[in-house]
Design a protein around this ligand. Structure first.
Ligand code: LLP
Length: 410
């Protein structure tokens, strides 16, 4: 068994000891990995004035946001709640980009009142923003570049039929509306999707913005979004961030020369920063042999990790408790009253009831998409930082399920 692929410890902290110390299931994050990913991105784009705006939605724990901030990255927020989480983590409003999609006007006003840059993603919103704020509040515009990209249809968001952004074909209308209200446009943005392997796709997105930029004289930044693909299993291809850095930086610098004023390049990585940092630990409740399949039932399910169900996502699984046992093939399933297969047809070293399984790549969109479905409690989160384990979110208690229910007399 390759211990790099199937780690028994993170920064010297044994995962089995964490399983003993905290109730399972449990999310564990390797803080060093997150910081290393930030540094890798900063290095890849060292030749341009880069600003990383970490996509908070991937893993919105306040302690993780603090770590990201200390490593020199800002954040992208999709809700006013994420903006507030960022501020609790110590972010200045000026370090936060707010990229909502179809939210209420009230939420936009709240963000402006806090001093956060708003990314406008519809023409009616540009109009409303213009009517209220004119040129007093700089804003960004999200362009839909008509690029089909992303690991699957649910996470491909930059194509012609996507709800996100304003179609690049409507650029004249955008410009007219901006001029009508004398809006101060500080940035242009694209985000084409998630799990994008090909460096060329990022370049194509950037070029759409470079082209659109000629209509705006006061830009301060170009935001090329996130979506960098990570490897979900050994041998899986992943975005070559060095290559993206090389080709996008070169094109960006050429564009800046033409544009005639200094600009920043913004990126919004989520998965790239946190996916591989995350390990989801779950205990085996039973091993059930049927005439066709051997099921391993864990004390968790789609309520804690929905990615396999929602996107057919692949999460590598290993048996932490029995690393050297004989290999067998299993379906790893949850306890939810749905067919919540977390991993199908996997070879694992022999699994026994009580064994702790680890699902890898659980840092991004793992906890953040967890729910209370089947009236289950959401798990705790632990951050490993400087060789120490820190509890950064307590496991929910039954009280949490009941707290907001209003019991009436019937
Ligand atoms: N910027 C914007 C405007 C976004 O909508 C997103 C992700 C990102 C940046 C970061 O994308 P990333 O670097 O993480 O790929 N739940 C799905 C992914 C949904 C992504 C939503 N938007 C999954 O688990 O695969």
């Amino acid at each position: 068994m390759n211990s790099n692929q199937h780690p028994q410890d993170i920064q010297g902290v044994s995962l089995l000891s964490l399983a003993d110390q905290y109730e399972l299931p449990l999310y564990v994050y390797d803080g060093e990995k997150i910081v290393n990913q930030i540094h890798a991105m900063q290095e890849a784009f060292a030749s341009v004035p880069l600003k990383i705006k970490y996509a908070t939605k991937a893993l919105p724990n306040i302690s993780v946001l603090k770590l990201v901030r200390n490593a020199g990255a800002g954040i992208d927020a999709v809700s006013i709640e994420e903006v507030r989480l960022g501020m609790l983590a110590g972010y200045e409003a000026s370090e936060i980009m707010y990229t909502p999609s179809g939210v209420s006007w009230k939420e936009i006003e709240e963000a402006v009142d806090l001093g956060v840059m708003v990314n406008l993603d519809s023409i009616p919103l540009i109009r409303e923003f213009g009517e209220k704020y004119g040129n007093r509040v700089p804003a960004c515009i999200r362009i839909n570049p008509h690029i089909m990209a992303g690991g699957n249809s649910k996470i491909s968001v930059g194509h012609k039929h996507s709800k996100f952004g304003i179609s690049i074909e409507q650029i004249d209308q955008i410009v007219q509306t901006v001029e009508k209200y004398q809006l101060s446009i500080a940035g242009l943005h694209v985000h084409t999707g998630s799990d994008i392997l090909d460096a060329e796709v990022f370049l194509r997105g950037a070029k759409v913005l470079f082209d659109a930029a000629k209509h705006f004289k006061e830009l301060k930044f170009i935001d090329c979004g996130g979506g960098f693909k990570v490897a979900y299993k050994a041998g899986d291809p992943f975005t070559d961030i060095q290559e993206v850095g090389r080709i996008v930086s070169k094109a960006f610098l050429e564009f800046c020369e033409d544009y005639g004023r200094p600009l920043e390049l913004w990126l919004e990585p989520g998965k790239f920063l946190v996916s591989e940092s995350g390990y989801f630990l779950a205990k085996t409740n039973l091993v059930k042999e049927t005439p066709t399949v051997t099921f391993v039932g864990v004390d968790s399910g789609l309520n804690h990790l929905i990615r396999p169900m929602m996107y057919d996502a692949y999460h590598d699984v290993y048996n932490l408790s029995n690393p050297n046992g004989p290999e067998r093939t299993y379906h790893i399933v949850g306890y939810i009253c749905e067919t919540d297969t977390l991993a199908a047809d996997r070879k694992l070293s022999e699994v026994r009831a009580g064994d702790v399984l680890v699902l890898k790549n659980a840092g991004a969109y793992g906890f953040s998409m967890a729910s209370n479905y089947n009236s289950r409690l959401r798990p705790a989160e632990v951050l490993i930082w400087k060789g120490q384990a820190h509890l950064i979110r307590k496991r929910e208690e039954f009280e949490d399920l009941v707290r907001h229910q209003v019991q009436i007399e019937l």
